[in-house]
Design a binder for this molecule. Structure first.
Ligand code: TRH
Length: 364
């Protein structure tokens, strides 16, 4: 199909972002953040999503420039009050509806946004083309776009509040929750699946205030005995911007999945990652690659191995000096990331290069 109205790469683009929720909150969390970040650059974004329910609490105010639309099969072409946009993103390999592809008026830049990994192969696969051989998109090319931690990848989503947080506003927000937090007490945020070492870890954490997220972390920790002087409070599900505040307001963060890992890095506080488990144990290599990139010291590696059930030997709860060491590691990683282009900057540059016929970003 030849372009009827080729987009001008300097103007804001119309982006169609498709998200199919597999499980948990990461699919929707990442897609919502991406949509907001693109809209923040002046683009018009339609977010097509099959299970938009969690957005009611994750993003209750919505965001200017982002339209959330239901994605049901068969795809309702009538919902397309305007033709398919200039840029299409299928998140995490979800296949675009054929009716949507067939309704295009000009050739789009079509991207498959992949899962996040620190493994070395990511740099080799990033920006590889995948010709579409069948169906209504035949003749088009999809491009693989891999987020990542190094300059040779697509980078990470990064909001303004991640770069320049407002500590006073964060503290005021935390106080407004009305939680029975104790002054001069370590706050530990718990966002996890069901780590085998949750029980021994909770039994070791003397005198802390546990801030437990609702859902799986709350269920997994509900009946576990606490260490002396510790207390546990269950948080409500909070909007995404407030979840980021929680990470910045805690002395130690337990995070999971993909999106909260990135937010923990931006928060710059010590953290432990519960990686999304895969049945073939592929997550072991993924975790090792991340810890290498992080330049994690032995104690932080050992804690991760324990938390993720890889080496369930004895675990040691971090003391003040250890937390300071872990915090410095995260701060250094954050500084490395800030020196690199973020995901939206890279997406925009890639789209612009494709639309102007440039080959500088192409790999074959
Ligand atoms: O929910 P997750 O475990 O999501 C996972 C991973 O993304 C994983 O890679 C993917 O394969 C799997 O889903 C399907 O963890 P993650 O990625 O940290 O996403 C959580 C999102 O929920 C994140 O955007 C923050 C948001 N959140 C809030 O906005 N408010 C809250 O109160 C809580 C607890 C979370």
């Amino acid at each position: 199909m030849s372009p009827i109205c080729p987009p001008d790469s300097d103007r804001p683009q119309r982006w169609d972002l498709f998200c199919r929720v597999i499980d948990n909150l990461g699919d929707i969390g990442v897609c919502w953040r991406l949509a907001v970040n693109l809209a923040g650059q002046g683009h018009a974004v339609r977010l097509w999503i099959d299970q938009p329910g969690p957005l009611a609490w994750m993003a209750p105010q919505g965001h200017p420039g982002v339209t959330v639309l239901p994605w049901a099969e068969p795809f309702d072409v009538a919902a397309l009050d305007a033709a398919p946009g200039d840029v299409w993103i299928e998140a995490f390999g979800c296949e675009l509806p054929e009716a949507f592809v067939a309704a295009r008026r000009h050739d789009p830049v079509w991207l498959n946004l992949e899962y996040l990994s620190a493994e070395a192969w990511v740099e080799r696969h990033h920006r590889l083309p995948s010709p579409v051989l069948h169906g209504p998109g035949q003749g088009l090319t999809k491009w693989f776009f891999y987020p990542g931690f190094t300059a040779g990848t697509g980078g990470l989503l990064r909001e303004v509040h991640a770069v320049a947080p407002d500590a006073a506003a964060d503290a005021a927000w935390l106080a407004s929750l009305g939680l029975p937090l104790r002054p001069d007490t370590r706050r530990v945020l718990l966002f996890c699946y069901e780590p085998a070492s949750l029980a021994p870890v909770m039994a070791l954490a003397d005198g802390v205030d546990w801030l437990v997220t609702p859902g799986r972390a709350e269920a997994a920790s509900r009946t576990l005995p606490l260490a002396p002087g510790a207390q546990r409070m269950v948080l409500p599900a909070v909007p995404q911007v407030d979840f980021d505040r929680l990470l910045r307001s805690s002395h130690l963060n337990f995070v999971r999945g993909e999106d909260s890992l990135v937010r923990a890095l931006w928060a710059g506080r010590p953290f432990v990652w519960h990686i999304y488990p895969q049945h073939d144990d592929a997550h072991h290599a993924k975790l090792a690659a991340f810890l290498d990139w992080l330049q994690a010291p032995p104690g932080l590696r050992a804690f991760h191995h324990h938390w993720n059930g890889i080496a369930p030997a004895a675990v040691v709860w971090p003391d003040e000096a250890t937390l300071a060491e872990w915090g410095a590691v995260v701060q250094a990683a954050r500084a490395r990331l800030l020196a690199q282009a973020d995901l939206v900057q890279q997406l925009q540059a890639f789209v612009q290069a494709r639309q102007s016929g440039g080959t500088d970003t192409e790999k074959h």
